[in-house]
Design a protein around this ligand. Structure first.
Ligand SMILES: [Zn+2]
Length: 311
């Protein structure tokens, strides 16, 4: 599935849970370690030589978040859109489920030196989930709730629009809950024969009342007890436009504006909204791009993707 090679890449796929992070568990490292390792280990992206003046770490695939470093004061465009760079030169790039095979990264250094590079984004194959025999109202919502759904969506969009130069992401991410993985990022859902939006979260099945931990530090930007589809819904912003959304919560233990630390209990798992049983649905966004949380945490085995044992 890696069908390109203008940049050197390992022969792995993003879906290959074990292989993907076996050698470079960047999610659990601090950024300086990460950047150091990005020089020592086989490169996922070539650290572009002197002239380009930036480094990237992370899998260059659909659904990925890449951690970057450049000179403080540099400006960066990804496909023509400005990317935040903090006072230490850190920045993030995120690629959605269906990201185009190529993205153009332009970096302008404080001294005016410019570079332009084409990044090749590996394509992933996503599962197709067919669910038949659902009551029609579960597949197509009744007219009476359309406005409520629109209001819910607007609140979520506003919460995810925050852009702050905090770097809460730089300590990496931990799993927010224990439990069996019952759904994964990107799968295409076909309900009663009708294609529906893909699933963008990772589902973790666990009993109602089980704790939800903050996977990284951040600031709470949305806490809603009962959205139509997602029930109890919580959003935590990790800085640079990277946020986590938690759905179907039973209880929410934090308030909008509150700072949370990695590992802190922020909510409990529930079965609120449109669900068939209690589980946590964890989603991540980089701005409007929906990215795959599973690429940011240590490998957790599931039947389709056992983790490889590390040497
Ligand atoms: Zn889900």
């Amino acid at each position: 599935m890696l069908q390109r090679s203008s940049l050197r890449q390992p022969s792995r796929t993003a879906d290959d849970c074990g292989a993907d992070r076996g050698g470079l568990s960047y999610a659990s490292m601090k950024l300086p370690t990460l950047l150091l390792l990005s020089w020592l280990l086989p490169q996922q992206v070539d650290p572009v030589s002197g002239q380009a003046g930036y480094r990237l770490s992370g899998p260059l695939t659909q659904g990925a978040v890449l951690f970057g470093e450049t000179q403080p004061g540099a400006s960066i465009l990804l496909d023509g859109q400005p990317v935040m760079v903090d006072s230490e030169g850190r920045f993030l790039l995120g690629f959605g489920r269906d990201a185009e095979p190529q993205a153009v990264l332009e970096v302008t250094q404080p001294d005016g030196t410019r570079s332009r590079q084409t990044l090749s984004i590996a394509r992933r194959d996503y599962a197709i989930e067919r669910i038949d025999g659902l009551p029609p109202a579960k597949v197509t919502p009744p007219e009476s709730v359309r406005q409520r759904i629109a209001d819910d969506n607007a609140q979520v969009r506003r919460a995810r629009a925050l852009r702050e130069l905090r770097n809460d992401f730089s300590n990496g991410f931990i799993w927010p809950a224990e439990g069996r993985i019952s759904g994964v990022y990107g799968s295409q859902r076909v309900l009663n024969g009708q294609p529906r939006r893909p699933h963008y979260g990772i589902d973790i099945a666990a009993p109602t009342g089980s704790p939800v931990l903050a996977p990284a530090g951040g600031v709470v930007t949305l806490a809603h007890p009962d959205m139509y589809y997602s029930g109890g819904t919580l959003i935590v912003d990790h800085g640079h436009g990277l946020s986590s959304t938690f759905l179907h919560l039973d209880q929410i233990d934090v308030e909008v504006g509150q700072r949370v630390q990695q590992g802190e209990v922020i909510a409990t798992i529930g079965a609120t909204g449109r669900v068939t049983g209690p589980h946590l649905d964890w989603r991540m966004n980089w701005g409007k791009e929906r990215v795959d949380p599973e690429l940011l945490v240590p490998c957790r085995s599931r039947p389709a993707r056992p983790c490889e044992s590390k040497p």
